[in-house]
Structures are given as structure tokens and as C-alpha cells.
Ligand binder design. Structure first.
Ligand SMILES: Cc1ncc(COP(=O)(O)O)c(C=O)c1O
Length: 354
């Protein structure tokens, strides 16, 4: 029974939690190399890529920082449509990287024509887009953005934040020509927090080779050097890799299409309910399939709603940052099933009627 209707961390299946409770292996051992090698092809399958997938002991933000440091040689165009895009702007600033941010009003998506127009203004070599902006419940049209951007700038390196969508929503990394896709373990993968996962293209590594001062912990070239031998540069989060090893089989046995259809179905259930009682925050046509942000048009007391839901061991998320109490969010990702969503919505109905 799902309890966490927040957009991560998500509920973890008890068998996956138990899979962590195995004896420790040395991280320079054959056992570890076997584990790493076993994980890799299934990760590639889930992320729909033939490129390598690095796994670091960090949350997704760490890997994102490393990717930015490794890839930007000249200037980054950063699409911002909410709090996580803004975090990446703060991170670029903190790392002294040359960048411009392309802002839209929160609730709106970043659109291909705006990106193309911005790219024409300066010499950019890297483009970054948040696929699923968890703070606003917007899913950006990444495929169209990348296609339009590459028509004018074929050599652009493209990095995508798919932290709250990968493994729940279809993102064919290779078909869409994404150079870097970063995600985290605690969202649609339904693992405990603590791992960042990144699919990285050959082109991205070629770029990294031209960038100096890439840092160390998340330097893509160092990760690649160790990846070639089924190792990681620093001590990996071994117990989380045991859980990943186990969870990948569960994800693949559900099947990519079934998993995506389940997420889409849950999004439809929540959106239909929200339209009946409130309003949706994200613009039509760009609504997330893993998290729904609902405009609090009835000025309900969201902490009180969560106290009501706590009787059933359930919890949802308040709005993010400046959207707190103005919106609330229902996460529908990972292990959550449509029946769980229906039960949650029925309990919210009780609260609204009381
Ligand atoms: C879209 C998005 N990007 C980035 C992050 C940050 O990921 P992490 O907490 O794994 O560093 C989150 C976390 O909620 C997110 O939803």
C-alpha cells in the first residue's frame, strides 16, 4: 500500500529494502565488478540508451553539477521554468560557469521557438532543460526543443534533468539525441535516496576532454576510466547497488510500456479529479505524468489536509517554495498503483466534505 504521494522520495517495496541487507563486498573486488557489470545493461535498457550509465553515491544534484562542470566550454543556455531549473542556475553561478537563463512564468513550459531564438543571440555550446519540473508539474517538450535547437546548432551538447521522470515516462535518450540524462534513485526508480544515475554519450565525453577543471568526484572522464573496468572512482554506495540490482528486474518485468502507461493513467486520474475540485497549475498540453501541481483555488488548509491523510498513513506535498499553500502536489510515481491514487483522492474528498 502506497503512502507517500510526494514527488520523491517514493515508497520502496519491502523486498527492495531487504535486498540491501546483504554482506558487504570490497569495492575493488571481483564481486563488485560482477555486480556493476550486471547492473549496467539493465540500466541502459530502462533508460533506453546504448551509452554508458554512470552511478554515483550522491543525489541527482551532484551528478548534475559534475556534468555542468565537465561539459561547458563556452557558454550554457539554461531553460528555467521552476525551482529546479533555478537551482541549476544557482549551481552554474556557484561554479563560475558562463551561462544565461531562459525564464518563463512558472506553470508554463519552455518552448522550442523561444530556445531557438535565445540560441541565436550568443555563442552557446551547451543546452540544459529540465524534462519534468517537479515544482510546477510541467513536462517540457524536450524532444521538440532538442530537434529545433539542433537544426540551427548541430554540435550543441544537450543535458536533461529527468530526475522526476526517468523510468516512469518514455524518454528515448538515443532517439532524441540527448547527450546527458541525469536522474536520481528516489523517484520513479522507487529506490531509497542516495544514487545519481546518468546516461552519457560519446559526444559528451569528447567535449569533456576539451574542458579543464572538471572537478574530481563527478568528472565524467574519471567516471569513464573506472566504468571501463566496472568500478567507480570513489567508494560506491554498495547496499544501494544491491537494491538497484534487485529493482531493475522488477522494473523490467513490469515492462517499459506498462510502466509508462501506469504513470500516464495515474496522472489522468489525478488531473481529472483536480479539474473537478480545483484547477491545474501547469499549462494544458504540458502536464507532468509523475506529479500534479494543483492550484489551491479553495484556499484549503494543506497542513490540515495532511493531518487528515495521516490517519490513513498517507501524505501529499505542499507547493514548492513560493507556491507553498498556493498549490499542493500529488506525486504519482514509482510503486504507486492507480488503486492507491483512487484511495487517496477519496480521502481528500472526505476532507473537502468535512
Ligand atoms: C526536477 C528535479 N531536479 C532535480 C532534483 C534534485 O534531485 P536530488 O534531490 O536527487 O539531488 C529534484 C528533486 O526533487 C527534481 O525534482
Amino acid at each position: 500500500m502506497a503512502k507517500l504521494f510526494i514527488p520523491g522520495p517514493t515508497d520502496v517495496n519491502p523486498d527492495v529494502l531487504n535486498a540491501q541487507a546483504q554482506p558487504m563486498a570490497g569495492h575493488r573486488s571481483q564481486d563488485f565488478q560482477d555486480l556493476y557489470a550486471r547492473i549496467q545493461p539493465r540500466l541502459q535498457q530502462v533508460l533506453q540508451t546504448e551509452s554508458r550509465v554512470y552511478v554515483t553515491a550522491s543525489s541527482g544534484s551532484g551528478m548534475w553539477e559534475g556534468a555542468m562542470r565537465s561539459l561547458i566550454r563556452e557558454r550554457l543556455l539554461l531553460c528555467v521554468c521552476g525551482a529546479f531549473g533555478q537551482r541549476w542556475a544557482d549551481m552554474a553561478e556557484g561554479n563560475g560557469l558562463a551561462f544565461d537563463q531562459l525564464d518563463v512564468e512558472w506553470g508554463e513550459p519552455n518552448l522550442p521557438e523561444q530556445v531557438v531564438a535565445a540560441l541565436a543571440e550568443k555563442k552557446y555550446d551547451t543546452l540544459a532543460v529540465v524534462h519534468n519540473e517537479t515544482s510546477t508539474g510541467v513536462e517540457n517538450p524536450v524532444e521538440k526543443i532538442v530537434k529545433a535547437a539542433r537544426e540551427t546548432q548541430p554540435n550543441l551538447i544537450v543535458m536533461i534533468d529527468a530526475v522526476s521522470s526517468a523510468a516512469g515516462v518514455r524518454i528515448p535518450v538515443d532517439d532524441w539525441g540527448l547527450d546527458v540524462l541525469v536522474t536520481s534513485s528516489q523517484k520513479c526508480f522507487a529506490l531509497p535516496p542516495g544514487l545519481a544515475l546518468a546516461a552519457v554519450s560519446d559526444r559528451a565525453l569528447e567535449r569533456a576532454a576539451q574542458v579543464s577543471h572538471r572537478g574530481w568526484y563527478f568528472d565524467l572522464l574519471l567516471l569513464e576510466e573506472y566504468h571501463q573496468r566496472n568500478f567507480t572512482p570513489a567508494t560506491p554506495a554498495i547496499t544501494l547497488l544491491y537494491a538497484l540490482d534487485y529493482q531493475l528486474d522488477r522494473i523490467l518485468s513490469e515492462g517499459a510500456e506498462a510502466r509508462q502507461a501506469r504513470h500516464e493513467h495515474m496522472a489522468n486520474l489525478v488531473q481529472a479529479w483536480a479539474k473537478e475540485h480545483f484547477e491545474l497549475f501547469a499549462a494544458e498540453g504540458y502536464r507532468s505524468r509523475t506529479v500534479t501541481a494543483i492550484r489551491n483555488t479553495r484556499q484549503i488548509d494543506i497542513p490540515a489536509l495532511n493531518r487528515h491523510l495521516a490517519q490513513y498513513d498517507m501524505t501529499l506535498a505542499n507547493g514548492y517554495g513560493p507556491l507553498k499553500n498556493k498549490t499542493f502536489r500529488i506525486g504519482h510515481m514509482g510503486e504507486i498503483q492507480p488503486a492507491d491514487v483512487e484511495e487517496l483522492l477519496a480521502h481528500i474528498d472526505e476532507f473537502l466534505a468535512s
